[in-house]
Write a protein that binds this ligand. Sequence first.
Ligand code: FES
Length: 119
Amino acid sequence: MTTYSVEIEVPDEHDIEGVDPGGSVTVEVDESEYVLAAARDQGVWLPAFCQQGWCTTCAAEVLDGDLDHSDAKRYYAVDAQAGFALTCVATPRSDLRLRACAEIAMKEHREANGLQPTP
Ligand code: FES
């Protein structure tokens, strides 16, 4: 079993339990775990709603590294190309650097690409 280090940055304007606004935290995530669940288990309360890879509430920007989104209900190739992750259903395939709280940016990206932004 492989465990990866996932550094999560939080933008200034967001308040997440377990990370100061504008700060970052590193959590350890096994290759079989979803990033969101592992982070929450370690006290980092990232935003989420459906937890099925559908609503984009949990979206993050991928600053570095690779993730697997095989379990997502809705995740497009262009989402990966644009550097978005759905942390509720993504498992790490390398060490990662993520910037949390990217829901609005991901919805704008989907609208710009003519894709369903939300259910
Ligand atoms: S919480 Fe809905 S897509 Fe992740």
